[in-house]
Write a protein that binds this ligand. Structure first.
Ligand SMILES: Cc1cc2nc3c(=O)[nH]c(=O)nc-3n(C[C@H](O)[C@H](O)[C@H](O)COP(=O)(O)OP(=O)(O)OC[C@H]3O[C@@H](n4cnc5c(N)ncnc54)[C@H](O)[C@@H]3O)c2cc1C
Length: 280
């Protein structure tokens, strides 16, 4: 596990090299964050709002006896943050008044990647090993690594893809959902889905976009047969351009769409597939 820390703006990389940390289990990693904080007394600890970050940070915060601030979308000051509430329908400004460390999960899609020119590249950061001699093994028996399974796919990662093609309940079956997958392949895009599509078993849970799924903000988000429930919008409304295809002209998705097409996806997707050029 690697930590990158800014000590008075001096970048430092800490490496915790141990077999006990070989697999991404939240309990030992939270214990490690606890240990590193006790030695380093850092002012802030930040992870991304990924399922892994959200698994570790609250555990580490409990060990350190502080309350984390989650899903930060803007940093207004060292202890002043903006985060969404009510499924993204309102933004709340939060001042952290607790003890150090101030622990945050941040939505990385809300922060643009800063341009890095060759002149502005910092000097190589020193790398040091974390002293694990006092690493407590108390928590290690609470969970056990069994195996890791994931979808073998060459498609881009949903959380960071530039283009996302999503489908909803209207697809009706896993077989029909392949239309979405074909379109995604043609556009070099990631595939997303609504909870209704996931619950119906068309696609695995890891493709769910929304309040209880992944938060995405691609350059282009195309929604096929998706009504636009607030829980789904919470996961994609920050996309730069939203295209919606729905046969109901009154579907709420059209309220957030930049381009809307009222029509039957079973006619429109094959037409799109035919007209789009093959990816080079
Ligand atoms: C606590 C909680 C958390 C939730 N979290 C999430 C979440 O993270 N993500 C999420 O997505 N949902 C979430 N939901 C569920 C959410 O409320 C909606 O039920 C879900 O998003 C609806 O999915 P859908 O748009 O696919 O289905 P529907 O709402 O049924 O919409 C289907 C749409 O397809 C259109 N349609 C039908 N046939 C066609 C066709 N042939 N061509 C074109 N359009 C067609 C219809 O007009 C309709 O608008 C959550 C709900 C709760 C209570």
């Amino acid at each position: 596990m690697y930590f990158i820390s800014y000590l008075l703006f001096h970048l430092q990389v800490l490496v915790a090299d141990s077999d006990k940390l070989a697999h991404p289990l939240a309990e030992p990693w939270a214990e490690l964050v606890h240990l590193v904080q006790q030695k380093g007394s850092y002012s802030h600890i930040i992870t991304s709002s990924s399922s892994f970050g959200k698994n570790i940070l609250p555990r580490a915060a409990a060990l350190l006896n502080v309350s984390p601030v989650t899903d930060v979308v803007e940093i207004s000051g060292p202890r002043l943050f903006i985060r969404p509430i009510y499924a993204g329908n309102a933004l709340c400004t939060v001042r952290y008044t607790g003890l150090d460390p101030c622990m945050l999960t941040i939505r990385s899609t809300s922060f643009p990647v800063p341009p890095v020119s060759s002149e502005s590249r910092p000097n190589a950061a020193p790398i040091s090993q974390v002293d694990l001699s006092t690493f407590s093994e108390d928590n290690l028996s609470k969970s056990r690594y069994v195996k890791h399974t994931s979808q073998e796919t060459e498609r881009p990662d949903l959380g960071s893809a530039r283009v996302v093609i999503s489908g909803g309940r209207a697809l009706k079956s896993a077989e029909n959902f392949k239309l979405i997958e074909k379109l995604a392949e043609k556009l070099g895009a990631a595939v997303g889905a609504t909870r209704a599509a996931v619950d119906a078993g068309f696609v695995p849970n890891e493709l769910q976009v929304g309040q209880t799924g992944k938060i995405v903000a691609p350059e282009l988000y195309m929604a096929f047969g998706i009504s636009g429930a607030i829980q789904h919008l919470a996961g994609m409304r920050d996309s730069k351009v939203i295209v919606a295809v729905n046969k109901d002209a009154d579907a709420p998705i059209f309220q957030v769409a930049d381009y809307g097409l009222v029509g039957d996806l079973f006619e429109l997707i094959p037409e799109l597939l035919e007209k789009l050029p093959e990816q080079k």
